[in-house]
Design a protein around this ligand. Structure first.
Ligand code: KG4
Ligand code: ZN
Length: 336
């Protein structure tokens, strides 16, 4: 990992974020959420997200550097999310980072957002043992990954329809809870009784590692429209229990089959209390060390991008002025 300070820039979705990481030490972490902007639409509006990134990115980077007590000449490198995500939103960060790199002569590296979610763990727990099994659960992705060595990924399973976070957001909207839905359902579930509302078990008869959440979303819609509708806290608890059970069951089966040296979890849904608790219990039962970042490092941030970038820069990776932004950027195609 690179010794000097690395600036991370993240604009893949609806958080404008910048952070400085030095070695494994987090020097600053600034996240300007756009949740207020997108709340009334019940989801992220891509064009609005891009424009807000344009307005906020420079002040956010300035603040990250200031809080770290550094200026651009002090940096050892710059890391920017180049995919996957909303292509317009990503382009704002990539164009900015390329400009800063060109103007300052500091080395630049493009970072895969999903690898960033995994590396958030390195910031708090240090380097992880390999081979590792990783569950990435975010607003747009639900991937179960095999990591035979640092920087190499094999997709064991992924969602066939909605991502886990997307399912939380859609179910919350159906329940009238607003955006983002995950935290709202997480909170409301605490006073609900999951047993009061039946939920289907996704892909119950299939042995693979894929996920599916659209059936649970439909079950929530059907419940909301039934007469009388169930208590909303009970419905939230039932939905959350079904999502968490599905995620945990698949992950446990992969852990039993592949026997990883550790289990890594990341992405916004990893902030979910019930998911964290269930994984903790299962990991203990299996005797596998579990690494999950604290909730504030699970949701989108630039610290994880800076940390991943520091690793890749140390390995000599460099991006040039031709660095692009990719809506789809497969992790298993990432160079190792
Ligand atoms: O990783 P992330 O911040 O952004 C993407 O890369 O997509 O994930 C955002 C997702 C949203 O769908 C949000 O509802 C969900 O993470 N989320 C949660 C919780 N906090 C955020 N889902 C369940 N429980 C939570 N506590
Ligand atoms: Zn994310």
């Amino acid at each position: 990992m690179l010794e000097g300070p690395v600036l991370g820039v993240e604009t893949s979705c609806d958080e404008t974020a910048a952070a400085v990481v030095c070695g494994m030490e987090l020097r600053s972490n600034v996240v300007a959420s756009q949740a207020d902007l997108h709340h009334r639409y019940g989801g992220v509006v891509p064009e609005l997200a891009s424009r807000r990134h344009v307005e906020r990115l420079v002040p956010v980077v300035d603040e990250a550097l200031e809080r770290a007590g550094l200026d651009v000449p002090d940096l050892a490198g710059i890391a920017v999310t180049c995919g996957p995500g909303l292509v317009g939103a990503l382009s704002v960060g990539v164009a900015f980072a390329k400009g800063l790199s060109l103007a300052s002569g500091k080395p630049l590296v493009g970072v895969n957002h999903l690898e960033g979610h995994i590396y958030a763990n390195v910031l708090v727990h240090g380097p992880f043992p390999v081979p590792a099994l990783a569950l990435v659960v975010s607003g747009a992705h639900t991937d179960l990954l095999w990591i035979p060595e640092y920087g190499r990924y094999r997709v064991l399973g992924r969602t066939r329809d909605d991502a886990a976070g997307e399912a939380f957001d859609k179910a919350a909207r159906a329940m009238g809870l607003g955006y983002p839905g995950g935290p709202a359902i997480d909170r409301l579930s605490q006073r609900g009784d999951a047993a009061r509302v039946p939920m289907p078990e996704p892909l119950a008869s299939e042995d693979g590692y894929d996920f599916s959440f659209s059936g649970l979303k439909t079950a929530v819609l059907r419940a909301v429209r039934s007469t009388p509708p169930p208590d909303v806290a009970d419905l939230a608890a039932a939905f959350q229990h079904a999502v968490v059970s599905h995620l945990v069951r698949r992950t446990v089966r992969a852990a039993e089959a592949f026997r990883p040296a550790c289990l890594l979890v990341g992405g916004g849904v990893a902030a979910n209390r019930a998911l964290r608790d269930r994984l903790e219990t299962e990991a203990q039962r299996l005797g596998v060390p579990l690494f999950v970042p604290p909730p504030w490092l699970c949701t989108d941030n630039a610290a994880m991008i800076a940390c991943t970038g520091a690793f890749r820069l140390a390995r000599g990776e460099r991006a040039g002025p031709d660095l692009g932004a990719w809506a789809d950027l497969p992790l298993d195609g990432a160079s190792g």
